[in-house]
Design a protein. Structure first.
Length: 251
């Protein structure tokens, strides 16, 4: 009887050990197949900033000056992002976020994806404050002013050299308020998108699924590019440094 009880206890222990191994194996497979993305981003003071770009959003009452450049964030490694939320201030610190698929967040983000795929890596390799600033301005231009009408260049405006009355819910920046190189790159980015949209074979770009929007409760929302690793997701991209915009966050 004693030997039988010992065998039963031994069998139970073996079953528990096997079950633990199975659970561990399943967890390992899940981590390998579905990389874990961090639920917190640390936002630091960035660099490559180009200061004092005057811009207007949501009518003439919201004219402001702001630093435009890169956001430095961290998710297991130093990375960057672009601002997609013009009406909310960027504040340094640790913030939890909800990851959203760009197409679900705003259909215009498909055009932002295309622009980042075409230009962001080049701008980063060049470490150019002019290019990163122009990219951020182009992102806002696309998100705020794009309309599905090729006869008006899709509503995308090249930099204006003089202030004009800006309709509500439109975006404009004063090209005289910043460096000529920023204007040149901005015009290049907007023109390249217009050319792609007017291509004879159609736009033809489909989302790669590599981008997410980090939706913060009390901070700017950011678009980031996810690069899968075995058990993590590193976030790459470009963005805005120290936006001092006024306004209310979207509902």
């Amino acid at each position: 009887m004693i030997k039988l009880n010992q065998k039963i206890r031994s069998l139970k222990m073996n079953c528990k050990a096997i079950a633990s191994c199975v659970v561990a194996a399943i967890c390992f497979l899940l981590l390998s197949v579905f990389p874990v993305s961090a639920d917190t981003l640390t936002i630091y003071n960035g660099f490559y900033g180009v200061k004092d770009v005057t811009l207007t959003h949501d009518g003439n009452l919201n004219t402001m000056k702001t630093d435009v450049g890169m956001i430095l964030v961290d998710s297991g490694g130093d990375t960057w992002a672009f601002c997609v939320d013009l009406g909310t201030k960027l504040i340094s610190g640790d913030y939890e976020f909800t990851a959203e698929v760009p197409a679900d967040y705003n259909s215009k983000l498909l055009y932002v994806e295309w622009l980042l795929d075409e230009s962001a890596d080049i701008a980063y390799a060049m470490k150019s404050n002019y290019q990163s600033a122009a990219l951020q301005l182009a992102v806002w231009e696309i998100l705020i002013d794009f309309v599905d009408d090729s006869t008006t260049n899709y509503g995308l405006n090249l930099a204006l050299s003089a202030y004009d009355n800006v309709p509500a819910n439109k975006f404009w920046y004063d090209s005289d308020s910043t460096f000529d190189n920023v204007d040149a790159w901005y015009n290049s980015y907007i023109n390249s998108l217009i050319s792609a949209l007017n291509a004879s074979g159609g736009f033809g770009y489909t989302s790669s699924g590599d981008y997410i929007v980090a939706d913060f409760a009390n901070n700017q929302d950011l678009i980031v590019k996810v690069v899968p690793e075995p058990t993590t997701a590193l976030l790459l991209g470009f963005g805005l440094l120290g936006l001092c915009a006024v306004g209310r966050k979207r509902a």
